[in-house]
Design a protein around this ligand. Structure first.
Ligand SMILES: Nc1ncnc2c1ncn2[C@@H]1O[C@H](COP(=O)(O)OP(=O)(O)OP(=O)(O)O)[C@@H](O)[C@H]1O
Length: 272
């Protein structure tokens, strides 16, 4: 990984593109608590970028800045070459940013298919009223949305449960449905907040495979927070390491793994 101006080639031969999002000198304060302190890094087209760090390091806060949910106290977020201002959630979705949550956020009483359909709401031109008035064209549009959703269902191998209410599914499958819903929005950047949390080994292996396949098949840029170090090191192209709201490492997994500050942070070495 030498000159990164136009991207780089990963160890497994994938082409990573130019900068998609740039976070410049981000500071985020909650009253007297500084959750993020003057952090800068970029996210490149097609990359799998991880954010790691001990509990309370500021990872979730950073994901919320990336998603546009939090406005940084200081610093700038640049996306596709434009400085981003405050945005409403639907504007975030329209920009092509989708996410999954640490605690699953699905509609338990609705089927898998209908839950995934909700991921396409921001892409739907026809509102409920116009669907009622112009059911002909609206249903054509709905057919197109269903077609896209069926492709995602095939891709994530959840055909057998497409009609099942989400509340009846085991944890690992719920997580997969959440991934499917996020993908239904056809995001440019997919944010995954601890996608493996609470999973058994087999479920983790499946989720790893799907994340890699999504990145490979759709070219989706992926940013993830994850506590399982093995998963992070296997999946990620580059890793940002946070500790006490600061950035203490940033680079490919092998580099980060050997960074003394990172080793100290994980071993709980006292700060000066
Ligand atoms: N909404 C909030 N109001 C006040 N303080 C907050 C808020 N959100 C986060 N913090 C504080 O900011 C710091 C960073 O929290 P954050 O949740 O971003 O860390 P994290 O690395 O994601 O932690 P974990 O791995 O435990 O989820 C912590 O000290 C936390 O208490």
């Amino acid at each position: 990984m030498n000159d990164m101006s136009d991207g780089y080639i990963t160890a497994d031969g994938r082409q990573i593109g130019g900068v998609l999002m740039e976070l410049k000198n981000i500071t985020l304060k909650f009253g007297g608590v500084t959750a993020i302190s003057d952090i800068s890094f970029d996210i490149r087209q097609g990359e799998i970028r991880a954010i790691i760090g001990p509990n309370g390091a500021g990872k979730s806060s950073m994901l919320n800045v990336i998603s546009g949910f939090y406005i940084p106290t200081e610093g700038e977020v640049w996306f596709k070459g434009y400085k981003r201002g405050p945005m409403r959630p639907y504007q975030v979705a329209q920009l092509g940013i989708a996410r999954t949550f640490q605690n699953i956020a699905l509609f338990d009483g609705m089927s898998v298919l209908d839950n995934i359909m909700t991921g396409r709401l921001t892409l739907m031109k026809s509102g409920l009223l116009s669907q009622a008035m112009w059911w002909g064209s609206a249903s054509k549009e709905e057919d197109e949305h269903r077609e896209k959703v069926e492709k995602i269902i095939d891709f994530l191998e959840i055909q057998p449960i497409r009609k099942t209410p989400v509340g009846r599914l085991p944890y690992g499958l719920k997580k997969r449905v959440e991934l499917a819903r996020a993908l239904a929005a056809e995001p440019k950047i997919l944010l995954l907040d601890e996608p493996m949390a609470g999973m058994n080994v087999e479920e983790k292996e499946d989720m790893c495979r799907f994340i890699l396949d999504v990145n490979d098949e759709f070219g989706t840029t992926i940013v993830l927070i994850e506590h399982d170090m093995g998963v992070v090191m296997d999946l990620s192209d580059r890793v940002v390491v946070m500790d006490y709201g600061r950035k203490i490492g940033d680079g490919p997994p092998d580099e980060v793994r050997n960074n003394q500050d990172v080793i100290d942070a994980y071993l709980g070495v006292a700060h000066d």
